[in-house]
Design a protein around this ligand. Structure first.
Ligand SMILES: *[C@@H]1O[C@H](CO)[C@@H](O)[C@H](O)[C@H]1NC(C)=O
Ligand SMILES: *[C@@H]1O[C@H](CO)[C@@H](O)[C@H](O)[C@H]1NC(C)=O
Length: 362
């Protein structure tokens, strides 16, 4: 290769090294000039055919009995080293120790980080990324792992098919505070601006997950932020976790996507991507439709009342039958007595002796 060729190659490499990270780290946004509809212009993979998030139409999912429950490895043995909580301008992220991992997939995966996606309008106004039958959650937690059996590190794995495994946890709001989430939410005020980091006490990461790790949806997809690499084995849990309205409000209103020194301060809100077309992909379910059918509280109430009515009805019937039998016994005895009385009378009349059989009655 001549020196001009080498020079051009170097220039190309340099421009790649400078242009791409700049675009990745700072430029893209969720709305506006560099909003999600423009991502594919700058990050070609974002225009690919296996993008995330997706809508899971539960009637279109395919039951796969080989999908065993996932096993978080070391999630609860967080150790004493603090976690780093980081506002990267797009989300609040916690870096996870590499010895945390995930079992139950064809390869061993090591934990890298977890982060959140949320909205801006409070409960029932969206904020989650994946939807189920078109319904949005209020927020979504992603726990990101890389395939440490096949690749040496996250950067090598993130561009490869089967390189990453991400757990998606849908978050909805209710009355009760979820103490596990306070391990993150309590420290958001320390990283209000982009690029800020804070050390926080380590905590049990599994406490953020739903209890039922056996029922989930599985599909091949992508990172939900640029560069949108199509390298993710997705696991979306069927069970959703619940936080309080106050906790959601904190998540939605404390952080800025702008840096502390920026003149215009922008709240970090609505950091979720819209659902992407499935394009012939199949979403698998680890559970069958019948066992997965969740009963609404109305249906549960109906069943409870039905069962109670049934029990009461049965009790009444049994009581009635018992009563009838008990009633009939003395009647029969009486009839027998009368019969015997008649017999004995007639016998007595014949033999002139007074009712001897009655004395033997108990
Ligand atoms: C990741 O692994 C690749 C391949 O072994 C290596 O070239 C690269 O320097 C590593 N990156 C980091 C951040 O360790
Ligand atoms: C994901 O893609 C791989 C490789 O093409 C394939 O073997 C696997 O079955 C796919 N998994 C799902 C859940 O679609």
């Amino acid at each position: 290769m001549d020196s001009l060729g080498l020079f051009i190659l170097l220039m190309l490499l340099c421009s790649q090294w400078t242009a791409v990270p700049a675009a990745e780290e700072t430029t893209w946004t969720y709305t506006g000039l560099m909003g999600q509809s423009e991502w594919p212009q700058y990050f070609p993979d974002c225009g690919g055919t296996s993008q995330s998030p997706v809508d899971v139409a539960t009637t279109q999912t395919k039951y796969d009995p080989s999908l065993i429950p996932l096993t978080p490895l070391g999630y609860s043995q967080h150790g004493n080293r603090p976690f780093t909580l980081y506002n990267n301008g797009h989300t609040a992220m916690i870096e996870l120790p590499e010895w945390m991992g995930l079992g139950g997939l064809p390869w061993l995966f090591s934990a890298v980080q977890m982060h959140l996606h949320w909205g801006s309008g409070g409960p029932s106004h969206g904020g989650g990324e994946h939807t189920i039958n078109g319904l949005s959650a209020d927020a979504e937690l992603h726990v990101v792992h890389y395939n440490s059996e096949l690749y040496p590190n996250m950067s090598a794995a993130m561009t490869q098919r089967d390189g990453l495994a991400v757990l998606g946890i849908l978050i909805v709001t209710g009355e009760e505070t979820n103490p596990a989430f306070n391990n993150i939410l309590n420290y958001l005020s320390r990283i209000r601006h982009a690029d800020q980091k804070v050390l926080i006490p380590a905590f049990d990461v599994q406490s953020l997950l739903p209890k039922d790790l056996g029922r989930y949806y599985r599909y091949n997809g992508s990172l939900t932020t640029p560069p949108c690499y199509q390298s993710v084995i997705w696991t979306l849990f069927h069970e959703r976790v619940q936080i309080s309205k106050a906790q959601l409000l904190k998540m939605e209103t404390i952080l800025y996507s702008s840096k502390a020194e920026d003149r215009d301060q922008m709240l970090l809100q609505d950091n979720y991507r819209v659902t992407q077309p499935l394009n012939h992909r199949v979403v698998f379910a680890s559970f069958s439709a019948e066992s997965g059918k969740e009963l609404s509280s109305g249906e549960v109430t109906a069943i409870v009342i039905g069962v109670m009515c049934g029990c009461v009805g049965l009790a009444v019937i049994i009581r009635f039958i018992v009563k009838t039998i008990r009633m009939k016994e003395p009647e029969k005895v009486k009839e027998q007595k009368q019969d015997m009385a008649l017999n004995s009378t007639s016998a007595a009349e014949r033999e002139k002796s007074p009712l001897p059989s009655l004395q033997t009655e108990p």
